[in-house]
Design a protein around this ligand. Sequence first.
Ligand SMILES: [Zn+2]
Length: 301
Amino acid sequence: MRAALVWSDELLSYDFGYGHPMRSSRCKMGVEELSKIKELEIFPPRYAEEEELLFVHTEDYVISVKEGKAGDLDTPVPPSMYDPARLSAGATLRAVELTLNEGYDIAVNLCGGWHHAFENRARGFCIFNDVALAARYAQKLGAKRVFILDWDEHHGDGTQKIFYNDDTVFTMSIHQHPSTQYPYVSGYESENTKTNFNIPIMPGEREQDILKRVLPQIPLKVRPFKPDFFIVQMGVDGHKDDPMSSIDLGDRFYEEIAKIFARCVKNHNSKVILLGGGGFNFPKTAELWRKIVETFIENMK
Ligand SMILES: [Zn+2]
């Protein structure tokens, strides 16, 4: 078992500023927690090259980020955010290289999982969609069929949109029901296709019922798709102690879903990258990320 964490303090520059929920101190606390895992080797990130951003983004959009002309009130993108966003995306690309080229079974980038970014638009605290970039990059490095599991509290709408008509990438998202939560306009079961699967959760549903409903779906979707690379957006903002959450997931949900998915990766003799995603109760987010990474390491041995 070889496991890697992509990190350097330069990633702390991905930060939307005082008063904004997306502060880089969450990653700092996450890295401190992950330092308790003795198997994890640390590698510095690299910048995503402009042509790599074009794997999923339009050229006009990349230029608008560089010039500080993208973004909105929730996701301000001044020109000074171009390099932090490129570094954060590059950290995810580095995680792909570590797994597919350098023999690591698991690679983690806590400063990633920016699943709301569209091809041509920054949204929901996300500038470059590194989840989608990772899938495309893995395919350039030889993977044929990529399975993305996104259990962030918010629907992975950017990732779904990018791959909606692409049957080489499976997108599965488990999230608070979009009739009650951002992004409101997508994440419904009516959007399900052969390679896109949404499982919305209503506020008030009990954790044990959620587990019973959700967990069996994972091997059911993975097995027939026959993936040869796996990506997880491991947002933990659906936890009952998270200020963003109106659903009641406990620690057990994250441990159980990590366990069942890790076994899927192992059964397919494959590799996985784990990307941070949401989580706004910072100490709890750090603790849950550590538990998830430990569960993957334990169940892929
Ligand atoms: Zn989220």
